[in-house]
Write a new protein. Sequence first.
Length: 182
Amino acid sequence: MTLILFNKPFDVLSQFTDKGTEGTERATLSQYIPVPNVYPAGRLDRDSEGLMLLTDDGRLQMRITEPRYKTKKTYLAQVEGIATEEALDQLRRGVMLKDGMTRPAEVEMIEDPQLWERVPPIRVRKTVPDCWIKVTISEGRNRQVRRMCAAVNLPCLRLVRWSVGMWSLDGLAPGEWKEVER
């Protein structure tokens, strides 16, 4: 059984091939992971960074991705504006999205985590402050953390998935991967 932790850089698709528009070359996992027969256990948006798990074990893949197992995923989000306690409480209770109510999230405001530089850098507006929040969810809807933050008027400028279950990014630079014991 193979389990790979990968720090997916910004602007990389979370798949091995690009079925996009002809003539557009987009970066994929195949440019980083030379290991055959492993597949992503879940997705991470092209404009998000951070931890992806890849495995050749279908049961493990299902255990990580199936909502009924409630695998926790922690994100570090740089958001536009300053998070109020009211906004954080809304996220903690769950917010209504177009596809229904989210499960309650674990949320806290954090200091700048001093991550690697993003390429390209986020847009910075001198007149609009920003802050970092840590968000832990136990479901995985499409662009969920971004949509949750937007629902409480804290649009995401940068989103980094730090951990999935017991595995984290600790020690992995963007584009790096390592095989781990399960």
